[in-house]
Design a binder for this molecule. Structure first.
Ligand SMILES: *[C@@H]1O[C@H](CO)[C@@H](O)[C@H](O)[C@H]1NC(C)=O
Ligand SMILES: *[C@@H]1O[C@H](CO)[C@@H](O)[C@H](O)[C@H]1NC(C)=O
Length: 301
């Protein structure tokens, strides 16, 4: 038996050697530009697995990867320790997969990450603290997740360098503007194409949009809609002003207010039409009157 002849003192040494050997071999493999099968590695720091029909994240990614491109695959899930070894990662593209959630801690070792694309997936919720350690992140794409309707209170805490945030084409009916507070350097926020509900919760977001129109992509706000809570009727945001939400401080609902606005408009239109009619009728009357007078005069004669 091998164990019987091995001196006891060798055992701790072997235990210690194994991870070292693993480290050396992985370093050698990295040196040799080891590339996961079905991916391309055009340079030392890029692993490109775009559109390879992958149904899970690939193994054997070089440890010194900086750009990891995994877009246009069928990846439904990222193990929460997947990124632990890739602490040099700067650019991670997971666009157009079928991710339904991001587990807490997945990004906790990716503090160098500058670009993260999770757009066109099936995320439903952005949970609190998920980006807590993403302090270098500059661009975060979360758009076109049609079921994404929940953004938790502290979802964006930690994103102190973020310049661009994309939330367009999601399922958001509202957004608590306080989640944007940690984003001190935000320059661009895409919000278009969400099924906003124009209730009193929306008032704050609307005020934020008005105040930060320079951060929204040009002209996009004016083409946006929100739906009335009661009948779902869509109202263009361009028709609303902060005054439209005035009743949120009193007892009237927004619907009531809009009815007032629209009935105001209808009354004005009716008044204009009426005055036009009047203007065309009055000369007829005058002529008629003159005709009568003529008859009377003839009668007198
Ligand atoms: C990645 O690969 C795809 C096709 O496989 C190619 O279209 C794309 O340009 C590549 N991107 C980079 C940055 O190499
Ligand atoms: C996306 O998520 C929704 C709601 O959670 C689910 O009904 C749907 O089947 C999912 N679609 C895919 C492609 O995973």
């Amino acid at each position: 038996m091998v164990h019987a002849t091995t001196p006891l003192t060798m055992i701790p040494c072997i235990n210690w050697l194994q991870p070292l050997l693993a480290l050396i071999s992985s370093t050698l493999l990295t040196r040799g530009h080891n590339c996961p099968s079905s991916c391309m590695c055009p340079d030392h720091h890029t692993v490109n697995c775009t559109g390879q029909g992958l149904t899970r994240v690939p193994d054997a990614i070089p440890l010194n990867v900086r750009r990891l491109l995994l877009s246009n695959n069928w990846i439904p899930w990222i193990p929460s320790d997947f990124l632990v070894l890739y602490s040099d990662l700067v650019y991670l593209d997971l666009r157009n997969n079928c991710l339904s959630q991001l587990e807490p801690g997945t990004l906790s070792t990716s503090s160098r990450l500058v670009f993260l694309d999770l757009g066109s997936n099936n995320l439903t919720e952005i949970s609190s603290g998920i980006f807590e350690d993403s302090t270098s992140l500059i661009k975060l794409r979360l758009g076109n997740n049609p079921f994404l309707s929940m953004i938790d209170k502290d979802a964006f805490s930690g994103l102190t360098s973020l310049r661009e945030l994309e939330l367009e084409g999601n399922g958001l009916t509202g957004l608590d503007v306080s989640v944007l507070k940690p984003l001190l350097y935000l320059k661009v926020l895409r919000l278009e194409g969400n099924p906003w509900l124009c209730d009193c919760h929306f008032a704050k977001l609307f005020a934020w949009m008005k105040e930060n129109e320079d951060k929204l992509p040009m002209g996009k706000l004016l083409k946006e809609w929100c739906s009335l809570p009661l009948d779902g009727q869509r109202v263009p945001l361009s028709l609303l002003s902060e005054d439209s939400f005035r009743e949120c401080r009193s007892t009237l609902s927004l619907t009531d207010y809009l009815i007032v606005i629209f009935s105001g408009i209808s009354v004005s239109v009716a008044a204009i039409i009426a005055s036009f009619c009047l203007a065309s009728i009055v000369p007829c009357f005058q002529r008629l009157k003159r005709g009568f007078k003529g008859d009377e005069e003839e009668g007198i004669d």
